[in-house]
Design a protein around this ligand. Structure first.
Ligand SMILES: Cc1cc(C(=O)N2CCN(C)CC2)sc1-c1cc(O)c2nc[nH]c(=O)c2c1
Ligand SMILES: [Mg+2]
Length: 210
């Protein structure tokens, strides 16, 4: 509960103010129309993991409207880079505006495409060796195949952190089974609720052991 309190700010939407962008989206989705942003409650957990990892390189799978992109990018150190991948061009266009309004374009590279096609190209196309943090929030069916693909492409190093949204609702049972049983991961579940609801959901944090 304490986390939630310290995480909530009361501001209006100002340009260059990521906090007000986050606040505005949460207010709208809680009071007007539900949408599948990670939300304020799970967002606080995301914030604490980002702050703990203090990543120089971040991969986000599933941008949607850019809510979690802004949450992550606002906490990154000066020269850190966040690459975010979105399959749906319509929402990608919205995310670009949200990211720009928050004044975070310099830290964010939004790419449109399918994760299966994109992941094998990251090294040569973006000059990234490995990711310090990966936020999986695209589609539950792809969590496991994309994780195996990132391993195969050498995008994870000893200590890389995977953080997966929706492991309970909608649920990613095959992914959970894999990261919780594999000797190559140290996995932990952060119990929370589906964004803007009382339904249980949570984030799974899995550290790659190399
Ligand atoms: C679309 C959807 C519907 C859900 C649900 O149970 N609902 C009942 C309760 N009512 C209120 C909302 C709707 S949960 C969910 C969802 C939530 C995420 O965070 C997602 N993240 C990434 N990619 C997804 O496809 C994704 C889907
Ligand atoms: Mg989600």
């Amino acid at each position: 509960e304490a986390d939630r309190k310290e995480c909530t700010q009361v501001t209006h939407v100002h340009e260059w103010d990521p906090g007000s962008v986050i606040q505005a989206i949460d207010h709208y989705c809680r009071n007007k129309e539900w949408a599948m942003n990670v939300g304020d409650e799970k967002g606080c957990i995301l914030d604490s993991v980002v702050s703990e990892v203090n990543p120089a390189t971040v991969l986000e799978l599933g941008t949607y409207c850019g809510y979690s992109t802004v949450r992550i990018a606002r906490l990154l150190p000066p020269h850190a880079k966040l690459i975010t991948l979105e399959f749906n061009p319509a929402v990608a266009a919205i995310a670009r505006q949200v990211i720009a309004w928050a004044g975070l374009e310099d830290k964010v590279q939004l790419v449109e495409g399918a994760s299966g096609d994109f992941i094998p190209r990251i090294k040569e196309q973006f000059g990234v060796k490995t990711f310090d943090l990966v936020f999986l929030d695209h589609w539950k069916e792809y969590y496991l195949p994309d994780t195996k693909l990132m391993e195969e492409c050498g995008l994870l190093r000893k200590g890389s952190v995977l953080l997966a949204d929706n492991v309970v609702c909608p649920g990613a049972p095959d992914y959970l089974e894999y990261v919780r049983s594999s000797p190559r991961y140290e996995s932990r579940y952060f119990k929370s609720h589906l964004e803007y609801t009382k339904v249980e959901d949570g984030l799974e944090k899995s550290v790659f052991l190399g």
